[in-house]
Structure formats: structure tokens, C-alpha cells
Design a protein around this ligand. Structure first.
Ligand SMILES: Cc1ncc(COP(=O)(O)O)c(C=O)c1O
Length: 289
């Protein structure tokens, strides 16, 4: 077993020895933000985009960014180096810090708590790639700032549990205005008549970095892609549906609310984009050799 090493407030230690104060506002209020970044062959994928989103989350919550861009990169590279896995996913978290007196209003000049660790990034099981996943639609019970990658994930956990209890692998969320927002930990794409559709960024969803990469791939291959609001009825008539995220890339959804999506098998457009995505990763690796 690999000894996992974590980073906490300036030092590295075995992950099970990393400690925070019980008065940390992250622990008591969920007052913090995080980032998840994939690493392929020990190279950090789309680092700048992930760091920018992390800084956006910090700025939106008025939590001071405790480190320079170069220090974030060094931290990530140090974590990668301390672990044997070729493919990893890094987790970075900043909370507003320790406050002894309970008060929603944060005290001024708190020192943010910085926590980071890495995990092995496992390939998606062949069975999932062959058969796709089953998804149900659920009411999106989250707040109105889903563009912030906040550590407060209780609604996401509850919706994921509800999906599992309904016999599904995941859920696609329907915002209170009746439009499709995203998955419980992913963005949503739909294919209809050979064109791609995804909901526009805004406060209803996280601007996914995988989503951004797929948009860049579509553009490079002149594949029509529309950022447009989608309704549950659009999904019900889709030829293909995908869920995208840094740890899962693009997963084909082959069953929605008990009905087959398209042919009920992973679609041809998904297969093409899966190959494009691998090529994109390979080009990135070539460029960073
Ligand atoms: C709610 C939510 N939406 C979308 C995504 C996809 O983002 P990314 O592609 O940057 O991993 C995630 C990733 O975890 C997520 O939690």
C-alpha cells in the first residue's frame, strides 16, 4: 500500500495525520472552496484553467488566495512526485480559516486553511464504456451560486443517494426554472441530429474544465455545438446524452428515467469525441515531454 501524503498549512505529512482545528470555518460552516485537477503520466492537465476557476471561487467567496500561482503549481508537483501513480487527481481546498467565536460574519484577517492531497486516477471500467450509465432526472435542490466550486456538497450527496436508491448511477438536475443544469458532479451534453448542445454557463452550473475542452475539440473539428437552455423534454428525445468531468471525461448515458437514450447504446458521436479527447490528451503530453 502506498503511503499517501497530504499537504496541510505549509507542511507535508501522512494523510491520516493531517489535522485541522474543530473551529475551522470549513468544518463548522462549510466556508471554503476546492478544486479537482487530473494528472496524466505525471503531468497536470489544464492546470491554468483549473487554477483560474479556483481563483474565481476564492474571489466570489471573498476568501483570500493564500498562494501565488507558482506556489500552487509547486505544491501540485510536489504531491505528484511523492506518489507512484502515473495518473492521479489532485484535490486542493482552501477554507476561510479558524475562528474561535461562533459568528456567521467572518472575522477580519483570518488565516485561510490550505489542504491538498492526491489520489490515483483509475480508468473508467470497460463495462461502463460498453454499456453506458443509467440516469434519472431530479429537482436541483442546490443554491443559486453553482458556478462556485464550494465545499458545501450536502445537496449533491443527497441527490446522488436518491439516484442510487432509485436504481440509477447518477442524476441530471432540473433547476427551479425548469431547465437542465448539470449532473451531481458533472456537466451535461446532448446530441440531436448530429449537433451538440449544452446548457450555458451561469449561476446554475459549474463551468467544467472538461466541458471547456469538449467545446475546444468541437470547434477544432467544426462540429456544431450550441450553448442553449435544455428542457427535460429535449433530453427525452436526445440521440445521445453525456456527463463530463475531470475524473470521468465523457460518460455515455444510455438510459434516462428508465427509457433508452437513442439506440440504448453509447452513440457514434460520443465514440468520435472519446477518440478526439484521447488525441487532445496525447498532444498535451507530447507538448510537455
Ligand atoms: C457540480 C459539478 N459540475 C460539473 C463538474 C465538472 O467539472 P470538471 O470538468 O472541471 O471536472 C463537476 C466536477 O466535479 C461538478 O462537481
Amino acid at each position: 500500500m502506498t503511503q499517501q501524503i497530504a499537504y496541510i498549512n505549509g507542511h507535508f505529512c501522512p494523510i491520516d495525520e493531517a489535522c485541522i482545528s474543530t473551529q475551522d470555518r470549513g468544518f463548522l460552516f462549510g466556508d471554503g472552496v476546492y478544486e479537482v485537477i487530473p494528472v496524466y503520466q505525471r503531468k497536470i492537465f489544464e492546470f491554468d484553467a483549473h487554477l483560474q476557476r479556483f481563483k474565481n471561487s476564492l474571489a466570489a467567496t471573498q476568501i483570500p488566495n493564500p498562494m501565488a500561482d507558482s506556489a500552487w503549481r509547486i505544491l501540485c508537483e510536489s504531491l505528484i512526485e511523492k506518489h507512484p501513480w502515473e495518473d492521479q487527481f489532485l484535490y486542493l481546498q482552501v477554507t476561510r480559516g479558524i475562528q474561535l467565536h461562533r459568528e456567521h460574519l467572518p472575522e477580519e484577517n483570518l488565516t485561510p486553511t490550505v489542504y491538498a492531497y492526491t489520489n490515483p486516477l483509475k480508468p473508467i471500467p470497460e463495462q461502463v464504456l460498453q454499456n453506458g450509465i443509467k440516469v434519472i432526472t431530479l429537482e436541483d435542490i442546490r443554491w443559486l451560486r453553482c458556478d462556485i466550486k464550494a465545499i458545501t456538497l450536502l445537496p449533491n450527496v443527497m441527490m446522488k443517494l436518491a439516484a442510487k436508491q432509485a436504481g440509477a448511477d447518477d442524476a441530471i438536475l432540473i433547476a427551479r426554472d425548469g431547465t437542465v443544469s448539470e449532473g451531481t458532479a458533472s456537466n451535461v451534453f446532448m446530441v440531436k441530429n448530429g449537433e451538440l448542445f449544452t446548457p450555458p454557463t451561469g449561476n446554475k452550473l459549474l463551468p467544467g474544465i472538461t466541458r471547456q475542452v469538449i467545446e475546444a475539440i468541437a470547434k477544432a473539428h467544426h462540429f456544431p455545438l450550441h450553448e442553449t437552455e435544455l428542457l427535460p423534454s429535449d433530453l427525452a428525445h436526445a440521440d445521445e446524452i453525456w456527463l463530463t468531468s475531470s475524473t470521468k471525461e465523457a460518460l455515455p448515458v444510455t438510459q434516462l428515467n428508465g427509457q433508452p437514450v437513442g439506440t440504448g447504446k453509447p452513440g457514434e458521436v460520443w465514440k468520435t469525441f472519446k477518440q478526439h479527447y484521447q488525441n487532445f490528451k496525447n498532444q498535451f503530453l507530447e507538448a510537455h515531454r
